[in-house]
Design a protein around this ligand. Structure first.
Ligand code: CTP
Length: 403
């Protein structure tokens, strides 16, 4: 998958810079054309000659060291890269990119680049957990940057904790997996629903749920990384929507139903990750409801089941539902799959630790009509989303819907 790809490898100034050399070597062995950019600090840890020898290309350090008069180096490198990898990425290099600072060869190239970016952070555990670093990483992730998380182990500073650069073979594997996935859904239209719906009672009160939209947005992002044209119909969300996808806001179950139905005929894949209200107030008020007696009884009525409606109207679409359960996960999931005429159901036990609403991780099982297709371990929602999209891509291929 890496054969013939042009990869810009940014090496920044941390002790793990030496692992950048091993990564460079692996990528070259796999057939990539690797162009290394080092920061000044990185050259304090490892010599440019090492990287030049391994990559068989000139190493770039100084923005003003223009060797080829026919090009501007940082623009040329940015324009011709299939992928930029920063490994190791220090807290400083992450902060600079998050804030648009361009004061050396690597940071100017990163700002000029429009290709995908993979970041492998490495730093002391307290730095990795610092709110500023966490915020910068989240900001970059929301703009579409991919991350290879650091491992846990002995750090150079003496701590045994998270912050150690992922092993070069794991970073190379992540790069290979990314190239394998990228573009496989190109030409496909994917519709994702995300977040929780809002059912109004009066101008200041509503019924909603704890959904943050993280899972739906992560699915949308994974589908976009695979080359699909992605639309998200989102209810109330607290997570940030990913870059490069169209977001349509729809508050209520009814609004979401209408938005989804209007897009459905042109859609190839629907993933219904939204937590849709099953009931809404029968009566809504234009003015704020005043308190009266000791008790107030609200009467609720059923909303239309969007997924079921899509199942009934299915023509060519691959329909994927979610099932949030607290018991008997498999039985309920398979029942929903059948009842709502879905092709896949992603089930999770929302009572299990690390799963469900408002957390960054999830452990899901994917069911098809034949039963369990894949049981995923506890993973970040981003990784879970990529793995769910892998299953979807396999189904599309099996159905002859992919090139
Ligand atoms: N769903 C929907 N429209 C609704 C309710 C649910 O489209 N009015 C979808 C959700 O987006 C999700 C799937 O149905 O993909 C399952 O949601 P869940 O709440 O787990 O299941 P329900 O069908 O509501 O079943 P139950 O409440 O009996 O568990």
């Amino acid at each position: 998958m890496i054969q013939g790809k042009r990869i810009v490898l940014g090496i920044t100034g941390g002790i793990a810079a030496y692992k950048g050399a091993a990564l460079c070597s692996k990528l070259v062995q796999a057939g990539a054309d690797v162009h290394v950019i080092m920061t000044e600090s990185a050259t304090r840890f490892i010599t440019p000659l090492t990287l030049q020898t391994l990559s068989r290309n000139a190493v770039h350090i100084d923005t003003f060291d223009e060797r080829d008069p026919s090009v501007v180096s940082h623009i040329h490198l940015a324009d011709h890269a299939d992928l930029i990898v920063v490994a190791p990425a220090t807290a400083n290099s992450i902060a600079k990119l998050a804030n648009g600072i361009a004061d050396d060869m690597l940071s100017t190239t990163l700002l000029a680049a429009t290709c995908p970016l993979l970041i492998a952070p490495a730093m002391n555990v307290h730095m990795y957990e610092h709110p500023a670093v966490v915020h910068n990483m989240e900001l970059l992730a929301s703009r579409g940057a991919m991350f290879v998380e650091p491992g846990t182990g002995q750090l150079a500073c003496g701590y045994v904790a998270k912050g150690r650069l992922a092993e070069p073979e794991d970073i190379a594997a992540a790069i290979g997996a990314w190239f394998a996935r990228s573009g496989i859904l190109s030409g496909k239209k994917v519709l994702v629903t995300a977040g929780g719906t809002i059912e109004r009672l009066d101008p200041v009160r509503y019924l909603t749920n704890d959904s943050s939209g993280k899972m739906g947005f992560a699915i949308a992002e994974a589908a976009r990384l695979m080359g699909a044209e992605v639309t998200v119909v989102a209810g109330r969300t607290t997570a940030q929507a990913p870059a490069g996808v169209q977001v349509i806001r729809a508050d209520s179950a009814q609004g979401m139903l209408e938005a989804v139905l209007s897009l459905y005929p042109e859609t190839d894949v629907v993933v219904k990750a939204a937590a849709v209200a099953d009931y809404r107030p029968v009566q809504t008020y234009d003015q704020k409801l005043k308190k009266t007696g000791e008790r107030l009884v609200l009467e609720l009525e059923r909303t239309t089941d969007i997924l079921q409606t899509l199942g009934e109207r299915k023509t060519h679409q691959l329909l994927v539902g979610f099932a949030a359960e607290t018991q008997d996960v498999e039985r309920y999931a398979l029942d929903k799959l059948k009842r709502k005429n879905c092709d896949l159901i992603v089930a999770n036990d929302v009572s299990a630790e690390g799963s469900g609403f408002n957390v960054d991780t999830n452990a899901v099982q994917v069911y098809g009509p034949e039963g369990l297709v894949e049981a995923l371990p506890l993973l970040s929602k981003r990784e879970t989303a990529v793995r769910i999209m892998d299953v979807i891509a396999r189904r599309l291929r099996a159905a002859g819907g992919l090139a």
